[in-house]
Design a protein around this ligand. Structure first.
Ligand code: HEC
Ligand code: HEC
Ligand code: HEC
Ligand code: HEC
Length: 126
């Protein structure tokens, strides 16, 4: 009986270990779910936005244009968009400004009191 309960305890420990590994790898790949808040580091001042609210109203591939066709392996813009333009790939600044600012300016034109920031320091916080 003693031996049996030891085995059960061992099996439970193993199961718990396997579960932690699974959860760990979910977190590493981001597949456990999208982030709630995202902070994009910037020398101009870090930019934090509510990813969950954006993702509720806006289609994923409107921002993650590389998800078109179903490949979601690179959710980080910075994996391709670097500090400087590289070949066809626009710089991080140009890509983000074209994506974020373009929509916010359009929102502002539609609705003057929108909470979508268009001023530099409303996005970039030191
Ligand atoms: C308004 C634009 C926008 C929308 C809409 C959006 N995302 Fe994101 N998402 C981002 C940005 C920007 C990041 C941060 C990228 C970085 O750190 O380089 C991000 C990060 C992520 C990450 C986390 C990457 C990591 O490992 O930290 C995942 C996963 C993700 N998005 C999935 C989704 C999915 C799925 C949807 C649709 C349900 C979606 N996103 C909608 C802009 C957006
Ligand atoms: C797998 C690499 C890759 C990832 C990841 C990626 N991009 Fe891009 N992006 C490109 C390339 C290459 C181009 C230029 C060719 C094209 O337009 O598809 C581009 C172009 C763009 C453009 C058009 C720029 C312009 O001036 O018209 C925007 C905007 C953009 N990306 C924003 C983003 C945002 C925001 C993210 C993250 C949410 C992101 N990209 C993630 C590779 C990537
Ligand atoms: C397709 C349109 C669209 C795109 C693309 C978009 N936004 Fe927004 N954003 C909005 C709207 C609409 C609001 C206002 C929501 C509200 O009224 O509460 C907003 C609000 C915000 C806010 C203030 C509320 C919050 O989330 O903290 C920040 C900061 C912000 N956006 C940053 C970004 C950044 C950074 C990007 C690019 C990665 C981005 N947005 C891309 C439409 C967009
Ligand atoms: C909607 C949010 C938003 C607004 C508004 C905005 N930016 Fe940005 N900006 C970003 C994001 C996101 C990045 C990408 C992070 C990076 O690569 O530094 C960025 C990048 C930059 C960079 C590149 C920093 C570096 O060291 O490479 C500069 C410079 C910059 N922005 C200046 C400005 C100025 C000036 C304004 C006002 C005219 C402005 N931004 C308005 C979101 C915004």
């Amino acid at each position: 009986m003693k031996v049996f309960s030891k085995n059960v305890a061992g099996a439970l420990l193993l199961a718990a270990g396997a579960l932690m590994l699974v959860i760990g790898s979910f977190q590493a790949t981001g597949f456990a779910g999208e982030p709630a808040k995202v902070t994009v580091k910037s020398k101009r001042g870090d930019v934090t936005f509510d990813h969950a609210t954006h993702a509720k109203d806006i289609k994923c591939d409107k921002c993650h244009h590389n998800f078109k066709g179903g490949d979601k392996s690179k959710p980080k813009c910075g994996e391709c968009h670097k500090a400087a333009k590289e070949g066809d790939t626009p710089s991080s600044k140009d890509a983000y400004h074209a994506s974020c600012q373009k929509c916010h300016k359009a929102e502002k034109a539609k609705k003057a009191d929108t909470k979508a920031p268009t001023l530099c320091n409303d996005c970039h916080k030191k």
